[in-house]
Design a protein around this ligand. Structure first.
Ligand code: LLP
Length: 437
């Protein structure tokens, strides 16, 4: 985080708060979210569009990266809209007070209930497939003549390859998401004949944690071709959403473009292509998740036991693991760590940081370079804002950690730590199994 600094006692501070004090106050593990870093990233996206795009624009926060009331409220207060992918994310954004006209519902298998909630609240629906279009028409029929047309965008799979982990690539043609661009004529014909549907735009997303600019530039060029096609059908398709995907620096060797460079690259292509084709500039949208929030958060853990496997490695165990950060075990993601209460101590050890789950693969960092540690030291894993809390689980019935928002020396709880009661809240014990009776 931007506000990270080492104080006079050699302790790590974020947002003006001493990390070790935060852990004493709020417990461990703890997600610590730096408000200033999050707001700055929102502003960088917004400002870059203002600077490099002559048309209208709207940045959406892909709340799948971290959906909770406080995060949605901060994004909205910076003027961002929100991309939601489920009834749950939609409900969270609505409850946070996000205006419905800035909400976009994604998903390759939205339920009827999710669609109805989205339509009733006035959110735009990013239609993914034929089944969904038919369901939308059907819902509209039941709503009667009086209801206004449903705002939809069409999601297409552009067939653009990019270098990222196989599981988080979405733009290639055999992705489960979106319409095949070869079917675009058929889809546009259908939509143009449905008074219940108001097709306002086109959408594509090619993947996540991408370090190159070229794939998104290629995407922008292809999307302008689609836009031209849509114009032929007499549809007033005015919005282009190029998705998210800008990568962030997890380790020293990661070298992503800046937010400004990324936005500029896309704006230039859209503007040039539209000028060449004599098309009016669309309202340009993008929906970053990771690059808005990843570096704004750290996770603080307490170091517990250790194990030396002679000549092989030393394990250092923390009080969380794959349940609060499933990314290393899922994608072999690499993270960096420091010891919050030993910031000036010399780095002398190479250790493997393990979680406390009953699973050998529950390793957070292999070969972390740290100072000598003892039980009770506070280990901080950096850049955990994206896809950590949102993918957290209760594996082994661990409670999900608390999260605090820090700014100017203040810390506010934004997610309460789960208690044991929370863990059994949804459990039902059929009466005949109740051994106490
Ligand atoms: N829009 C759509 C339609 C998406 O599917 C995604 C991410 C985004 C936007 C935001 O992408 P971002 O800017 O965050 O890269 N759990 C994985 C990442 C999965 C991304 C899924 N879609 C991870 O932890 O790396």
């Amino acid at each position: 985080p931007l506000t990270a600094k080492v104080n006079s006692q050699n302790i790590l501070e974020i947002g003006g708060c001493d990390v070790t004090t935060l852990v004493q106050q709020f417990g461990s593990p703890l997600y610590i979210l730096d408000e200033e870093t999050l707001r700055l990233a929102c502003q960088q996206y917004r400002d870059a569009f203002k600077q490099y795009y002559q048309g209208e624009s709207q940045v959406l926060y892909a709340s799948k990266a971290w959906s909770c009331l406080a995060v949605c409220a901060i994004a909205a207060s910076e003027g961002l809209g929100i991309d939601v992918v489920s009834g749950g994310e939609l409900y969270t954004a609505l409850t946070a007070g996000v205006q419905a006209h800035k909400l976009y519902l994604h998903g390759n298998n939205k339920s009827r209930e999710e669609l109805v909630l989205a339509i009733d609240s006035g959110c735009t629906i990013v239609a993914d497939n034929w089944q969904e279009l038919h369901t939308l028409v059907n819902i509209a029929k039941q709503g009667g003549e009086t209801s206004s047309p449903i705002r939809v965008m069409l999601r297409l799979t552009p067939g653009i390859e990019c270098h990222t982990h196989e599981y988080i690539r979405t733009g290639h043609l055999d992705s489960k998401f979106g319409f095949d661009p070869n079917d675009l004529d058929e889809v546009l014909t259908f939509v143009s004949q449905q008074p219940a549907l108001n097709c306002i735009g086109l959408h594509a997303h090619i993947g996540s944690q991408i370090f190159e600019r070229q794939p998104h530039q290629d995407l922008a060029a292809v999307m302008v071709q689609w836009l031209q096609k849509a114009a032929n059908y007499g549809l007033s398709v005015t919005e282009l959403n190029v998705g998210g995907g800008l990568g962030i620096k997890y380790t020293e060797s990661d070298d992503p473009p800046s937010i400004e460079e990324w936005v500029k690259a896309i704006c230039e292509v859209v503007q040039e292509a539209c000028t060449a084709k004599n098309l009016p500039l669309p309202k340009l949208l993008c929906e970053p998740g990771r690059s808005l929030i990843a570096t704004a958060c750290i996770t603080a853990y307490t170091i517990g036991s250790s194990k030396v496997v002679p000549d092989i490695r030393t394990y250092l165990t923390v009080d969380g693991g794959m349940s609060d950060n499933p990314r290393p075990i899922t994608y072999q993601s690499v993270y960096r760590a420091v010891v919050a209460n030993k910031m000036s101590a010399p780095v002398t050890e190479t250790v493997t940081i393990a979680g406390k789950h009953c699973e050998s693969g529950d390793i957070l960092i292999k070969n972390a370079q740290l100072p000598k540690t003892e039980p009770g030291d506070i280990l901080v894993v950096m850049a955990t804002g994206a896809y950590n809390y949102s993918m957290a689980s209760n594996y082994n019935r661990l409670s999900r950690p608390a999260a605090v928002l820090v700014a100017n020396g203040d810390a506010n709880l934004i997610l309460r730590r789960e208690s044991y009661q929370d863990l059994i809240r949804q459990d039902c014990l059929p009466d005949r199994l109740n051994a106490r009776k």
